[in-house]
Write a protein that binds this ligand. Sequence first.
Ligand code: FAD
Length: 529
Amino acid sequence: MFSSTPPVSVQTRKNNLDRMRSTQFDILVIGGGVTGVSIARDAALRGYTTALVERADFASGTSSKSSRLVHGGLRYLESFEFGLVFEASRERRYALRNSPHLVRPLPFVFPVHEDDPRPLWQITIGMWLYDAMATFRNIQNHQVWSKGRALREEPVIGPQGLTGATHYYDAATDDARLTLAIAQDAHQAGAVLANYTQALGLLHEGKKVVGAQVRDRVTGDEIEVRARVVANATGPWTDTLLKMADPEAARRLRPTKGVHLIVPRQRIWSRAAITMNSTQVGRLMFLIPWGQFSIIGTTDTVYDGDPADVYADAEDVAYILEAVRHAFPVAGLGEENVISAYAGLRPLIASDAPTGYKVSREHQILNTAPGFFTIAGGKLTTWRSMAEEMVDELAGYLGREHGLSPAKPRQTADRILPGGDFDDWHSYLTNQVVELGDRLDPETVMHLVSAYGTRHPEVLALAEGNQHLTEPLVSSLHYLKAEVPYAVRHEMAVTLEDVLNRRTHVLDQALDQGLGVAGEVAALMAAEL
Ligand code: FAD
């Protein structure tokens, strides 16, 4: 299905930079997080010639630092934002259908205690509404559990003050690999993408923005990329780009930092994701199962520094551990159990910022100069609908100013992401476990099918005649060495960190953060490059 186009390799990156030098594009997207790659995909699918530049790696900004949930947004019900919950619930349904390997159902348990601000009956009403917003087409409608059942199903909750729980469904994803799959599909649709390519400034003709001056951060070369319209999708860097267009531009974002911890799952075992109250009144946190690990988060603190320098500090870790000890005293989780922590920035729109002409609680689209559009805010969950809305705006501009109409209509609602072309997750996985059982253990097959879907045979093909590539990359994890050359040949991995942190998650999961295999990964990459 995806074989006719050359793969998203490092060689393709070089070729794309050459094409950027010599082509006048309809649309140039700046930023290769989930928002930018989705815009590039939608635009290319409608027939616009489209380029995308990303200053570091795809998803290296917020799009690999999220809670990895594709969710309707239960908390928005409290502020009566029904439109938003309806949209996010619909997008969750599309994502489960169109990317069944990367977005999978995740059960949640919401325990309720005597001293909680909302009693069980109130949470139950909220759950009915949540199911209604999904037009009762969520994976399963919610259930209300007695205290006894909640403790039987999830002993980690502990009996202290517990009055009962609700059980409901959202979905989980791998944010970095989801972003990558969207980028691969954008490439498949004809978009010209390059990571490690930074926009340094915008090109102007009079008042019009007509492209960007970009630097290839691998070679240091600078080129001009020309386009009829430029889309700023730089997440936490939004204000920097707005200032490139107009040095007097008002600040739009007030980012907040969110930190997550990764701990071994057996240290704080849960089958489902569990909602917990933080030590701050009214803030909810989550314990989220992630294979052999659990993700716990998140914090929410104002951040004013350089978006590229955001990191988790000791205070963040202490805050999360305190919340965990409060919510799950039986687990006795301590600092010594933390394998890693990661921090990201919520690209939140400042409440006193001048509003855009399309405003919602979650994102804004701004047109601050002719030929220059910005999309700010938003969620991972609504990547598809946000991109559709943005491309509608760009299409309007291209029609008005350049007499250009899209060659094709919108088509992302039903389009399957690369690797997602199978019907049922359980039967597909079972078949693969049986088929590959003589070569690989079930956990490794499960990992390969989750990460690559129906493309996993391409990874294994690299190991043919090269048996050592079927060995585990790290003995305690389920990655194969073959995934390293695959990342260079098919996933535009340029640096060691691309492989260890986003194509795989060794950096977050290995006790030594991948230091022990760094030399070998570098050698495998060097052989490709
Ligand atoms: P980014 O991913 O940050 O992408 C912007 C990109 O622009 C970056 O890669 C950057 O390198 C690039 N860039 C910047 N400047 C330039 C330049 N000059 N030239 C070229 N490129 C440039 N949403 C959910 O739906 N579910 C969740 O569970 C969830 N959890 C979250 C938890 C946390 C802690 C945080 C912080 C956010 C969470 N979100 C969640 C929100 C979601 O992650 C973000 O809305 C989304 O990832 C933003 O994507 P983006 O593409 O807009 O920004």
